[in-house]
Structures are given as structure tokens and as C-alpha cells.
Design a protein around this ligand. Structure first.
Ligand code: MEV
Length: 422
């Protein structure tokens, strides 16, 4: 990949110039460029889901200016919402030259086996704990790739859970899934473990499934937005200190109020989901895990934290579960997911999680920066005007002209766009 400076200008290029630039500055092949136009064949789609009748396309864009743990990354976003790619790229630009730092836990997923009608739950827990090593050895397959690479079932905890239908015993199995998202591996292991637990406890197995609350697989990212960079980003309209104070007021509100916290987190997920989808990962799993994690203290909280460092600069941090894979499922079957992973240049699922955590932080910073100063509409309005022009039937150069006119008039409405078309 080429230097950051050149990518800063990426958004100003025409589509053809963007493609030419990618041809020069990435390792994508001729075939991969063809895919950009005709991404998913019906045949592939039909093998991915049942009753397929076609494909549904979404825009694929690239967020620029991300430097993560010292490495510059191009980040593919699949998203229908205007401004998201631009906002993430802007937020990342303001972190430069340092960029982001990020880290992840080992890829440990949790699976659950539920046992009902256990004659003596306390005795069952003791028996399960006493047979831990034997049980784990029986569900690990030493000939499997995952096991050979150091993955597989590692540990478990057994608990009594009170339900509306009486108590049950639940085993929380911990599996190192390496570079997979892990659902298939964990589900298979839970199914293998269940009859062994039934035999040991005299109970009956019910649910045997992965939990999407992947608290053992957290990703973290951090960035500093300096007063100077912040001030420059507004071309002097606000001072750096002023921006930071306004920003922290908004953050404190999200900390205190779940109605705001959920929108704050929605902004985070704008970026996270876009990359999760671009890489063929399961965005519902990521969403479910993120929101459950945000509520883990019993109160719904923001997934990010902001504070001032000793220089008075703004520090942002994010932590959330990110169960992502780079092998298996749509990450392998969707040709554009493969291309996205190649563009990102990731070699492990951990690296992908680190990048996506940075995107979540950048996206949230961008939204709160705009909300706490100029408001969200100023940035949105230009792109919104483009969409309205398209809805009014504008084509090619007409789109830009009509959008620009409506923007200048501060009258971005479908009626006005139709008038201008006439
Ligand atoms: C819109 O998609 C996302 C925002 O509402 C996020 C936020 O309010 O922080 C702008």
C-alpha cells in the first residue's frame, strides 16, 4: 500500500480514477476488479442460502487514513448510509501521525450445554468439575486442524441456573477457535459433550449452542485526538479546548442516559457492521454481542470511553466482543469478502478484530465530534442532497449540479429537486 498522503485525496477521484489508483497501489488481480462490477453470481448465492431468487447489492466503499499499530490499512465498508465512510476517514485522519493502537484477547468462544431434570444439581456440578480433564479430552479431536494449531476446547465452568421452569445445570464451555468465527466448531463440541454430561449427571440435555456474548474474545482500540489536530479539523471555527469540552459533555450524557447510549453505540456499529459485512462475517452475532456487553453491568452503557490526558488532548478507547473469522462461511464463499480481506491485508482473525475495533472508535468519535459542534446535518446534507437528486431522476453530472444548488439554497427536498430537473 502507498503512503497515507496520497490516500487523503482518494475521495476526490472519479470512479475510474479510484479504480486506476487501486490498480497501481494494491495487489488486487484483474479478476478481482471484474468482481467489483458483478460481485455475486446467482450460482454462488444459491449455494449460500435457501430459496435464493437473486442477489441484493449494497455500496462498497473504502475508508482511508487508518494507521493501526503502525500499519496503514485500507478499510472496505459495505453500507447504505451516506457519510459513514467519509466520517470514519476524517476521524482517522485527525489521529495522524500516531494513528490507533489495538489489541485482542485469544479467540475463545463460549458454548452452552443446558441440562434439565438433573436429580441432584449440586452433586452434578461436583461430578462435572471432577471429570473436567476427561470430558475436555473426549471432545477434542487431536487430528483436527484447529487442535493441531493450538485451538480446541480448553476449559469449562458448570453452574446452576434458576429458570421459570425450575433449576437447570449449565456448562459454559470455552473453546479456542483460532481464525474461525467459531459457531460450527463450538456447536459441534457442545453436541459431543451433551451425552457425556447426561451420563454423568442423570439429567437430560436441551440447548447445545454457542453464546454470542463472547466476553472472552474482546478487542480494544485507543487513539489520541490532539487539541491542535482538532482545531485544524474545523479550520479554526472552534478552539481545540472548546471542541474537547463540548465533546466530553456529549460523552458524559451517553454515560448517564441509556436513551443516548444506544444511539451512541449505534454510531459505533455503523462502522463495525460495514466492515463485518464487507468481510463476510456474521453482523447479527456482532450486534447481539456488542449490545449485551454494553449492558453487562446491569445498565446499558456506551462501548467507548473518552477523557483528557495530561496534555489536555482527547483520548478515546473502545472495548467490545468481536467474534470474527477469516476462514469458513461467507468469508470464504463470497468472492468480495475474500477481496476485502486481501485489501485489509489481514493474516489472522485477531488482526481483523483489531482493525474493526479501531473503525468502531473512529466512527463514534466522528459522530460525537460533529454532534457536539456543528451538528450532524451539515456533513450529511451534501450526500443527502445527492440522494434526493437521484430520487428526482437526475443522472450523471446533473446529480452533482442539482445537489449543489439545493445545498446552497438550504432547501434539500424532493419537490425542489424535481423543479430543478424541469
Ligand atoms: C446515525 O447513523 C448515527 C448517529 O446517530 C450516532 C450518534 O448519534 O452518535 C449520528
Amino acid at each position: 500500500m502507498t503512503s497515507q498522503i496520497k490516500w487523503n485525496e482518494f475521495h476526490k477521484k472519479s470512479l475510474q480514477e479510484k479504480i486506476d489508483f487501486l490498480k497501481k497501489n494494491t495487489h488486487l488481480t484483474k479478476e478481482e476488479f471484474t468482481l467489483l462490477e458483478n460481485a455475486l453470481s446467482f450460482e454462488t448465492a444459491n449455494n449460500m442460502i435457501e430459496n435464493a431468487i437473486g442477489t441484493f447489492q449494497l455500496p462498497l466503499g473504502i475508508a482511508t487514513n487508518f494507521k493501526i499499530n503502525g500499519i496503514e490499512r485500507l478499510i472496505p465498508f459495505v453500507i447504505e448510509e451516506p457519510s459513514v465512510v467519509a466520517a470514519a476517514s476524517k476521524a482517522a485522519e485527525i489521529t495522524l501521525p500516531q494513528g490507533f493502537t489495538a489489541s485482542t484477547d485469544e479467540p475463545i468462544m463460549i458454548g452452552q450445554v443446558q441440562l434439565v431434570n438433573v436429580p441432584d444439581a449440586k452433586k452434578a456440578i461436583k461430578a462435572i468439575e471432577a471429570s473436567k480433564k476427561k470430558l475436555i479430552d473426549s471432545i477434542n479431536d487431536p487430528s483436527s486442524t484447529i487442535f493441531k494449531q493450538g485451538g480446541g476446547a480448553k476449559n469449562f465452568e458448570a453452574k446452576i441456573i434458576q429458570t421459570t421452569r425450575g433449576e437447570c445445570v449449565c456448562v459454559y464451555l470455552e473453546v479456542n477457535v483460532q481464525d474461525a468465527m467459531g459457531a460450527n466448531t463450538v456447536n459441534s463440541m457442545c453436541e459431543k459433550l451433551a451425552p457425556l454430561l447426561e451420563e454423568l449427571t442423570g439429567g437430560e440435555a436441551r440447548l447445545r449452542i454457542l453464546s454470542n456474548l463472547a466476553v472472552k474474545r474482546l478487542a480494544r482500540a485507543k487513539a489520541v485526538w490532539t487539541k491542535d489536530n482538532l482545531e485544524k479539523s474545523f479550520k479554526g471555527e472552534f478552539t481545540g479546548e472548546e471542541i474537547i469540552e463540548r465533546f466530553l459533555d456529549c460523552y458524559a450524557f451517553a454515560e448517564a442516559d441509556p436513551y443516548r447510549a444506544v444511539t451512541h453505540n449505534k454510531g459505533i456499529m455503523n462502522g463495525i457492521d460495514a466492515v463485518v459485512i464487507a468481510t463476510g462475517n456474521d453482523f447479527r452475532a456482532i450486534e447481539a454481542g456488542a449490545h449485551a456487553f454494553a449492558s453487562l453491568t446491569g445498565r446499558y452503557k456506551p462501548l467507548t470511553k473518552y477523557y483528557k490526558n495530561k496534555n489536555g488532548d482527547l483520548v478515546g478507547e473502545i472495548e467490545l466482543p468481536l467474534a470474527l473469522g477469516i476462514v469458513g462461511g461467507a468469508t470464504k464463499t463470497h468472492p468480495l469478502a475474500q477481496m476485502s480481506l486481501k485489501l485489509l491485508g489481514v493474516k489472522t482473525a485477531k488482526e481483523l478484530a483489531e482493525i474493526i475495533a479501531c473503525v468502531g472508535l473512529a466512527q463514534n468519535f466522528a459522530a460525537v465530534r460533529a454532534l457536539s459542534t456543528e451538528g450532524i446535518n451539515r456533513g450529511h446534507m451534501r450526500l443527502h442532497a445527492n440522494n434526493i437528486a437521484v430520487m428526482a431522476g437526475a443522472k450523471g453530472e446533473q446529480i452533482r449540479k442539482i445537489a449543489e444548488k439545493m445545498y446552497e439554497e438550504k432547501n434539500v427536498k424532493l419537490e425542489r429537486a424535481k423543479e430543478l430537473m424541469k
